[in-house]
Every structure is written in C-alpha cells, then in structure tokens.
Design a binder for this molecule. Structure first.
Ligand SMILES: Cc1cc2nc3c(=O)[nH]c(=O)nc-3n(C[C@H](O)[C@H](O)[C@H](O)COP(=O)(O)OP(=O)(O)OC[C@H]3O[C@@H](n4cnc5c(N)ncnc54)[C@H](O)[C@@H]3O)c2cc1C
Length: 414
C-alpha cells in the first residue's frame, strides 16, 4: 500500500495523478479463511482491522452483499460522543472516542474527525435531573462531560432560540471532545488498511447460509459459492435476525428504519453538534455547509432504506422551535437505514450458541460513534475468547436480566 502524504499528493500532481493505486483489492473468494466477517460496515471492517493489527490474524475475509459502507455506516448523521450512563457503555464508547482522536494517523486515511463538541439540550425539569446525573456518572467513569446553563448554550450556539413556545432550553450536557467524522471515510480507511494486510474484502456477495458440524461453525454459503472458516463474525446490523436464523439461534432484536435529511448548503452558522431529545431532532453542519438533521425511527418493522414525508415534517417541525432559522431552508435529500434495536438499547458483542460463531449487533440508532471501540473489543473476543470491553454485552444478559439500560443516552425517540 502506498503511503498517503503531502509529498505523495505533490508527486502525483506532477505526473497528472496517474500513479494512484486502488484503495483496496477486489479479489475472488478463497476456499477457506481463518476468520470470515459477514458485513462490510464500520463494525465489520474495524473488527477485521484489529484482528490483523492487534492479533496478527490476517487470513480474513469480509463478505458484503452490497458495497462496503453502503449500510448504516454510510447513512448516519456521524455524531460521536461517549456520555452514556452505565459503566460498561461509558468504557466502550470512550474507548471508541479515544481511538477516533488519532484514527486518521493510524489508518493513514483522513477520516475527518472533528471534535467540535456535542450538546444534549435539557428542555424539561426531568431532563435536567437526568443529564446532571449523567454528568456525575461520567465524572466517576473518567469521561469528560459537564452540565452547562442556558447562557453557555447560547454562547456555543448563537442561532439557538432559548425561549421556544413549548420547551425552553434549560441547559445541556456538554461533551467538548465529542463531534463528528466523515462516515464513508471511516469505512474506506479501515477497508484500505485491511486490504493492505492481505485480507479479502468481497463485495456483491451475499451470505445465504451458515454451515456447521457438530455444533461448531465450519463455513458459509454465499452467492459466490461455499467458503470455509474456523471462526465467523456476524456483523450485519438490521439483518442480524436473518443471519442468526441461518446459524440456528434467535436474537432479541427488531429492525426498523431510522431516517435523516440534509438541507441545501449555507454559510457556516453552527460549529457544534446539538441534540434536542425532548422535541426530538438533532443537527450539525457538514463541511459542505448542509445542515445534517436526524429524525426518529419508524414505528413499525421494515427493511426499506428510504425516507418518508411524515418524518421530514415531524422532525423539522420539532427543530423549528429551537432553531427558527431552519424554517427558511430547503431540504435537499432524505434517506433511511435499517437499525437493529435491543430492548435495553445496548449492543450485543458476544459468543453465540454455535461454537466459533460470534455476533456484533444491536447498535441501533447510535453505533457509528462506537466503531473503533467495538472493532477493538470484538477482535479481542474473537481472537482470545474474552474481552473486558465486551463482557457485559453478552447475549445471556437477556436471559439473566442483566440489562444495560441506555434508553435515555441513546438519545433517539424509540
Ligand atoms: C439515519 C441514521 C442516523 C444515524 N445517526 C447516528 C449518529 O449520529 N451517531 C451514531 O453513532 N450512530 C448513528 N446511527 C447508527 C449507525 O449508523 C449504526 O449503528 C452503525 O453504522 C452500524 O454499523 P454496522 O457496521 O453494524 O452496520 P452497517 O453499516 O449497516 O453494515 C452491515 C452490512 O452488512 C451487510 N449485510 C447484511 N446482510 C448481509 C448478508 N446476508 N451477506 C453479506 N452482507 C450482508 C449490509 O449490506 C451492510 O453493508 C445512525 C443510523 C441511521 C440509519
């Protein structure tokens, strides 16, 4: 893999950019791999990357039915934060946020991590108490967040209207080193680094079956034929239920569409991320100038990766109270992604009843922020059989009642 650098850009400029090579190879599948990861979203690719980087396991295939990063990873609103309430979540999300800090250098690929700060607005007395509690919990967990009053919110977000007709802004939970990153670049950066280690990323190849022998996984059936493996990682977000069924077990998950939209590009007007969970909407400004706006989940199960008109109306109507200026914006595009929701709104990073088969799912509406930490922990779990980052997130917790309740921190109305 050629190193990307200012020098490389200058060199290529002199030879009309004829020397760039493809960022990743597109090989045909081999007969057998040590590890197969199903799903080339951020979590699947990050798992493969840390298997290679941290454990030297490089005979790995990542199998993707569409194009890499084309699932939720390329459809999300890119908010990164780690201000969760429960200790295992804070540890996992803070590990991820920390890895994001120098992910561009690590991958030699600019993922455009922008720690511009994230505010979660409190607009009811109940939210004030909830966020102050989270700030205290974060202090004990070593996660840097603070409770701020309305004046400070206004200072950080001059376009905000503090005195909304229904819900005035009463303060907020502020995480200064939260922010955003370029979603596609995260997938592309991991893919390029995996390919450079000799791993095969096989796109346009759907896994249609999981093969086992005597309770142990031995391979998968795909649209490009059968492929054997020693270990299998299922990392397919909204399609986890289908893959689990192929592997012979059930998951406590439901799949729903989550929607987002962007406005026309405008001049810079907001340089932090704002989440308004009571009225329900969240917004940041992209580097191109578009206002990136997140809505809610559909109230019914579906697999359509589309938007719907009532969501635009509901989301914009809610946000207009807090940001009156957006009433004059034209909306350019909307879309949906299929998210995988657990009952306690926390992910599943776990061994499964099928030996050698692991599952990474249940990130629901908030898994982009977790990609590096999840990949790190999942790789450790798959390579060694144990990871302190993932041990609370097992499938068994649903049987044993050890829920990790993050329904408030998840920040999206479900
Ligand atoms: C509109 C929206 C906004 C969001 N906003 C945020 C946010 O601001 N911050 C945040 O942290 N998170 C956010 N999220 C959530 C986040 O996007 C997801 O949690 C995360 O991207 C999940 O990544 P993944 O790798 O698990 O899944 P995906 O990126 O969906 O990857 C799974 C892949 O598996 C593939 N696959 C499925 N079935 C098969 C099969 N049978 N064979 C082969 N491949 C298969 C799919 O094609 C897909 O590419 C948002 C999501 C949406 C939809």
């Amino acid at each position: 893999m050629k190193h990307y650098s200012a020098f490389a850009v200058a060199r290529e400029a002199l030879r009309y950019h004829t020397g760039w090579e493809r960022a990743w190879r597109s090989p045909e599948p081999k007969k057998k791999y040590d590890v197969i990861i199903v799903g080339a979203g951020g979590h699947g690719l990050a798992t493969a990357y840390y298997l290679g980087k941290n454990y030297g396991i490089q005979n790995v295939a990542v199998i993707e039915k569409g194009w890499l990063g084309g699932g939720n990873t390329g459809r999300n609103t890119t908010i990164i934060r780690s201000n969760y309430l429960q200790d295992p979540s804070a540890a996992l999300y803070e590990k991820a946020r920390g890895l994001y800090e120098d992910l561009s250098q690590d991958l030699n690929y600019n993922v455009m991590f922008s720690p511009r700060g994230v505010i979660m607005l409190a607009q009811t007395q109940h939210e004030i108490r909830g966020y102050q509690r989270t700030a205290h919990a974060n202090a004990l967990q070593g996660v840097k967040t603070e409770w701020i009053g309305p004046e400070r919110v206004k200072q950080l977000v001059p376009i905000i209207n503090l005195d909304g007709p229904r819900y005035p802004v009463l303060g907020g939970l502020w995480q200064e080193r939260g922010g955003t990153a370029r979603h596609d670049a995260v997938a592309w950066g991991y893919a390029r680094a995996c390919s450079a280690m000799g791993m095969d990323i096989i796109q346009q190849c759907e896994v249609t079956g999981v093969r086992s022998d005597n309770g142990r996984v031995v391979g998968v059936d795909t649209t490009k034929g059968a492929i054997d493996c020693e270990k299998l990682g299922i990392v397919v977000a909204g399609h986890s239920g289908q893959l689990a069924e192929m592997a012979g077990f059930r998951l406590p998950l439901e799949a729903v569409a989550l929607q987002a939209l962007v406005s026309e590009p405008i001049k810079p007007c907001m340089d932090v991320v704002v989440m308004a969970n009571t009225v329900h909407g969240y917004m940041s400004q992209s580097d191109k100038g578009e206002m990136v706006i997140g809505g809610g989940t559909d109230a019914y199960n579906n697999f359509t990766q589309r938007g719907s008109f009532h969501h635009i109306e509901e989301t914009v109507r809610a946000l207009v109270e807090t940001f009156p200026m957006i009433s004059r914006l034209k909306m350019l595009r909307q879309w949906g992604g299929i998210v995988d929701m657990t009952g306690d709104r926390s992910p599943i990073l776990s061994k499964t009843p099928l030996q050698g088969c692991f599952i990474n799912a249940g990130w629901g509406t908030g898994g982009f922020k977790a990609i590096p930490g999840s990949g790190w922990g999942m790789a450790q779990l798959m390579a060694t059989g144990h990871s302190p980052l993932t041990e609370a997130f097992t499938l068994d917790r649903f049987k044993e009642g050890r829920f990790i309740d993050e329904s408030v921190a998840a920040g999206v109305a479900h």
